[in-house]
Write a protein that binds this ligand. Sequence first.
Ligand code: SAM
Length: 215
Amino acid sequence: MPTEDGSLTLVHPVFGEAYSSRHGAWMQASELYLKLTQTQLHPSPRVLEIGFGLGMNFRAALESCVRRGVYLEYLSYEGFPVSREVLEWVEVPLSDPVQAIWNGVLINWPTHPQRPLFLGGSWGSLEVRYENVTKAVYPTNWASAIYLDPFSPAVNPEPWKPAVLHQLYTSSQPGAYLATYSVAGRFRRDLHTAGFAVKKVPGVGKKEWTVGRRV
Ligand SMILES: C[S@@+](CC[C@H](N)C(=O)[O-])C[C@H]1O[C@@H](n2cnc3c(N)ncnc32)[C@H](O)[C@@H]1O
C-alpha cells in the first residue's frame, strides 16, 4: 500500500500492522531513524537495527552515507524475514550507486535464511542476522545508532522487553543514540532503567517519538 509520501509499505499478515508509518515510509526512515540518531552527521556510523523488515531504514542510511562519502556499518536483526520478491516490490527512488548496492542485497537475499547475510564494499557493510532478538547475541560497545523498529509493543511485545533493552545498552557506544516511534510509558521507563537518558520529541505524522542516549 502507498503511504502519504508515495513510498510503499505492507501490512504484516500476523502482526496486523504496517512495516512503516502510513504517514510516509521513507519519511519515517529519514526523519525518525536517520536524523534523530544523528546517523546523517556521524563520520563513520555503526547502526544496529531491530527489524530489517523491508530494508527501508537501511536504504535511507545508505543513501545518506554514500552521498557524504562516509563508511557505513549496518547490523540488523530480523526474525521473520520477507521473501526476495517482497523486497523487490517495495521500491524507492535511489541514486545509481545505492541502487546498485541494493540490487546486491536482493540477489544475495536467501530463499531459506539460516546463516547471516553479509555484504561489504568500499561503501561499508551490511549484516542481517536472521535471529529472534530475544535470543540473539549482540556486539559490545559497538553501535553509534540504534534503530528500534519492531511492530508496536501492543502486538509485538518481545523486542521491547527489559532484557532486550539491556542488551541494546551494552551493545551501544557511550554517546550513542536510540530512536523509535513508540512512546509507550512502560517501554520508556524500561529504557531508562536499562541506562539510557530518555526523552520524547515531536514526531512527524505522529504526535511524539522517543529518543534515548547512552550517557
Ligand atoms: C516495523 S517492521 C521493520 C521495518 C524496517 N525497519 C524497515 O526499515 O523496513 C518490524 C520488523 O521486526 C521484525 N520482528 C518482530 N519481532 C521480532 C523478533 N522477536 N526478533 C526479530 N525480528 C522481529 C518483524 O519481522 C518485522 O520485519
